[in-house]
Design a protein around this ligand. Structure first.
Ligand SMILES: Cc1cc2nc3c(=O)[nH]c(=O)nc-3n(C[C@H](O)[C@H](O)[C@H](O)COP(=O)(O)OP(=O)(O)OC[C@H]3O[C@@H](n4cnc5c(N)ncnc54)[C@H](O)[C@@H]3O)c2cc1C
Length: 479
């Protein structure tokens, strides 16, 4: 019997092909982790007719893409913005008919406060960047050439996959973002434009990252002016997905083991309460630095990858303020002696009449380290209150609520060298020779791009791998 061969992408987009192939196979999958990566994988596998169970350690789904509330303060568990370029995410939104829930935010910008004065920083850069004070003429010209080069690379790099930059420049992974910008444009552009954005939105210093993230996303941002948020909150997509799936919250997986019985490999997932679930396949969609503790005997590229994953931490303090304050978004330049990298004043959305304003104060990478060293990660308000008193008259009198939000794993660190390792990891993960071997497939932002759109793409790709394996197992059974 000859069977038509399909690519993983085709299989992911055409669940009916797989359903047709594996009719009677009844393959089962356990997905560990209900962030956008895990739920996307689960949804695509469920669509293809597999039996899917999602396990989530927390008491709610969504991971770092969700909404939280503490008293009168509403805030995000992580992501606040949806960038327009995520292909897998846009496919998902279309499939779930959630297009109307995307709220466009046009021309987002912040005031960047420096020791020499303020200037405007646009999230999606336009020609206005050329007006940035202090940029020498040579850097202004280099900035124009750089923007054109970036724009020209749009068709060659995929914003969902940081490692796609390696196809354009194999050295991109070894170069830090700081060195790349210094070489491409100059030191002033690094200090005034790039560094404040990376510290304030990503909480990374550019000397700790490779150039991969920048070189895959910026080509898709130049010339654009719109990002989105979601009506009803960032948790909407994950809740919609979970509503169509079997999801067990409060179910922490503690180990994943392979069992080989009569030539059939199955996976056993043990939960913290001692219960065990068996499945034909497991998708491991937890934060990368937690995955290593789950997998009993990682091998080769898997072991190296799991050992290499690092995240940065983040502290945010949210204040409810009884006084109306004008809307404001500020980034702090690194030369300021401030512990706050992003400061935002916005109208509050209380259930009752107070507070009127909500303040969002995100710590600098250095203040995050300080909080860890001092052991005050549950009380980071103490680190920044003096600064806020100096900034806002009668600060203490108007504060009616405080929420300290500590995020131990904010974003995976694509440090120099990480991209090469990740590329090897995907080759290992997609190697057809492994189809009958170890039935665990990994996904998450640490395997793709440190954005929700990248996480979603990785979930789609993980599902495609499982579907390929199911199809190839079905083929072996038939022949
Ligand atoms: C503060 C912050 C701001 C961000 N801003 C943006 C933004 O504006 N735009 C953007 O695109 N991206 C942003 N991101 C990044 C984005 O949120 C993440 O890249 C994305 O949500 C990661 O999804 P994920 O599914 O890979 O991981 P996660 O969402 O972390 O999901 C992993 C899940 O696994 C669960 N889990 C862990 N261990 C176990 C276990 N043993 N058993 C069962 N379950 C387990 C966790 O509870 C979690 O729910 C931001 C992130 C943060 C933290």
């Amino acid at each position: 019997m000859t069977e038509k061969l399909y690519s993983a992408d085709t299989l992911a987009r055409n669940p009916s092909i797989v359903a047709e192939r594996q009719r009677g196979n009844g393959a089962s999958v356990v997905v560990i982790g209900s962030g956008i990566a895990g739920l996307t994988a689960a949804y695509r596998l469920h669509q293809a007719g597999l039996r899917v169970t999602v396990l989530e350690a927390a008491d709610t789904v969504g991971g770092r893409m969700g909404d939280r509330r503490s008293g009168e303060i509403a805030f995000n568990s992580g992501a606040r913005l949806v960038y327009p370029f995520g292909r897998a995410f846009n496919r998902l939104i279309a499939d779930l008919a959630l297009g109307d829930a995307l709220i466009p935010l046009r021309k987002l910008s912040a005031r960047c406060v420096t020791s020499r004065g303020d200037h405007l920083i646009e999230l999606m850069p336009t020609a206005r960047s050329l007006l940035t004070p202090g940029l020498p003429m040579g850097e202004r010209l280099a900035l124009i050439a750089h923007a054109m080069r970036m724009r020209g690379q749009r068709g060659r790099v995929d914003p969902d996959w940081a490692i796609s930059a390696l196809d354009v420049d194999p050295a991109a992974d070894q170069l830090t973002l700081a060195d790349y910008i210094r070489g491409e444009i100059g030191p002033h552009a690094l200090a005034s434009l790039v560094e404040p954005v990376f510290r304030s939105t990503r909480s990374f210093n550019p000397e700790t990252l490779s150039s991969l993230f920048y070189r895959t996303t910026v080509p898709h941002l130049v010339g654009e002016d719109t990002v989105h948020t979601l009506r009803g909150g960032m948790g909407l997509v994950c809740h919609t997905l979970a509503g169509q799936l079997e999801v067990r919250t409060g179910a922490r997986a503690v180990s994943v083991e392979h069992r080989c019985e009569a030539d059939v490999v199955r996976v056993a997932v043990t939960l913290a309460d001692g219960a065990t679930l068996e499945a034909d396949h497991v998708v491991c969609a937890v934060e990368g630095s937690l995955a290593g503790a789950l997998i009993r005997t990682p091998q080769g590229a898997e072991r190296e990858m799991l050992a290499a994953v690092r995240y940065n931490a983040l502290g945010v303090v949210h204040y409810g303020f009884a006084q109306p304050l004008p809307a404001l978004m500020q980034f702090a330049s690194r030369d300021l002696p401030s512990r706050i990298s992003t400061f935002q004043q916005m109208p509050a959305a209380p259930a009752s009449g107070r507070p009127l304003t909500q303040l969002y104060c995100q710590l600098t990478p250095e203040a995050v380290e300080e909080a860890q060293q001092r052991g005050c990660t549950d009380d980071i308000d103490t680190l920044i209150r003096a600064e806020l008193r100096a900034r806002i008259p009668d600060f203490d009198r108007h504060v009616v609520a405080v929420v300290n939000q500590w995020i131990p794993r904010k974003l995976p660190l694509f440090a120099p060298g990480y991209g090469e390792r990740l590329r090897a990891f995907w080759r290992w993960q997609e190697d057809p020779a492994r189809a009958s071997g170890r039935p665990v497939v990994y996904c998450g932002d640490w395997t793709s791009q440190a954005l929700l759109t990248g996480a979603c793409a990785s979930g789609e790709r993980a599902a495609a791998i499982v579907l390929e394996r199911v199809a190839s197992q079905a083929k072996r059974t038939i022949s």
